[in-house]
Ligand binder design. Structure first.
Ligand code: UDP
Ligand code: MG
Length: 319
């Protein structure tokens, strides 16, 4: 079997502190795997600059100048982690046989790539990197993240438990994945939809080597909410069933009120009435919000704006 060409896809946003450290680690990994004959020497590291405001792009250009294993593309502005990974994957899909996407901060164990490539050579087209433990996360992050995976599964979204965006995907799968045109991106929920033979490898997740996380609670919640509403219509269905339940209960209430009136025992109670009216007002607004969220998604999908725009490359497209 011919050695596969590997492209490592790395999104970078304001990573001038960590990129000089980790870029060498990625290069060593490529050289080691190529030395062992597992991948082709033509393998590359594709750094995706996601509209950084610091010196990240200069560092990437510098790396590309010094070593042919480094390639770089730049998004025209900051579009977020998911769009950056997608841009890298789509850029690479016609140039290589396999891609591995990984963050640039050294949190994910680079050595798990060996096992990922082994699994690919053994016939798997998608290999998910799964965290074996979350010891380095704070209790809060661990609790919310694991709860979120359970919630997603309950909503009928197929996700791999404790898998983030560290994964190997073959170019064959990427060709099919390119037909998923949605603009609301949640890659870890979309990739399993494509199918093909897949497996998981387990690794320890470390602390960030340098710099700061770009995923504060606000962004984490937004991504979680996006994940659910992009991949599941269960919330709308729940709105329907809760509405049905409230309707049945009210019907019982009406029966009771009529019978009581007929028996001459009319019901007193302004307070209870006011409570019920307010409660129903609240429920209706909440449910309108849920439906509105989906309409907002449809609005974005219908416009079909580009999911990423590449403004620069470290190589000449004509070559
Ligand atoms: N990232 C990106 N665009 C963004 C935010 C983050 O490309 O708008 C990249 C970032 O450079 C890193 C990866 O996404 O390689 C994960 O981000 P981070 O480490 O800040 O998130 P955390 O690991 O804390 O969840
Ligand atoms: Mg990180």
């Amino acid at each position: 079997m011919k050695q596969p060409i590997l492209y490592i896809i790395i999104p970078c946003y304001n990573e001038e502190a960590v990129l000089p450290i980790t870029s060498g680690m990625f290069l060593d990994k490529i050289n080691q795997l190529a030395g062992e004959g597992k991948i082709s020497p033509d393998s590359r590291i594709l750094l995706v600059n996601d509209g950084s405001k610091d010196k990240t792009w200069e560092i990437i250009c510098d790396l590309a100048r010094k070593d042919e294993h480094f390639l770089g593309i730049a998004q025209s502005r900051n579009r977020g982690h998911q769009a950056a990974v997608l841009a890298g994957l789509m850029e690479a899909k016609d140039k290589c046989d396999i891609t591995i996407s990984i963050d640039c901060d050294g949190q994910d164990d680079i050595n798990a790539m060996d096992r990922m490539v082994d699994e690919y050579l053994g016939g798997c087209e998608v290999v998910y990197g799964v965290r074996s433990s979350r010891d380095t996360d704070t209790f809060f992050k661990r609790f919310t993240a694991e709860g979120f995976y359970k919630l997603l599964a309950w909503m009928g979204v197929e996700v791999v438990f404790n898998h983030a965006d560290y994964r190997l995907i073959s170019s064959r799968v990427l060709q099919e994945f390119a037909n998923y045109k949605e603009v609301n991106l949640y890659l870890r929920g979309m990739v399993p939809l494509v199918g093909f033979k897949s497996t998981s490898v387990y690794y320890e997740r470390h602390e960030r080597l340098a710099g700061e996380s770009h995923y504060p609670l606000r962004k984490m919640l937004a991504l979680a909410f996006d994940g659910i509403t992009s991949l599941s219509v269960k919330p709308i269905r729940m709105v329907f069933f809760v509405g049905l339940l409230i309707m049945c209960l009210s019907f019982l209430g009406i029966l009771w009120a009529v019978i009581a009136a007929l028996m001459g025992k009319s019901v007193a109670g302004w307070a209870s009435l006011a409570c019920i009216v307010c409660f129903m007002g609240g429920v209706q607004c909440l449910f309108l919000g849920v439906i509105g969220e989906y309409i907002g998604k449809i609005y974005l999908e219908v416009k079909g704006r580009p999911r990423y725009i590449i403004s620069d490359r470290t190589w000449d497209e004509d070559d």
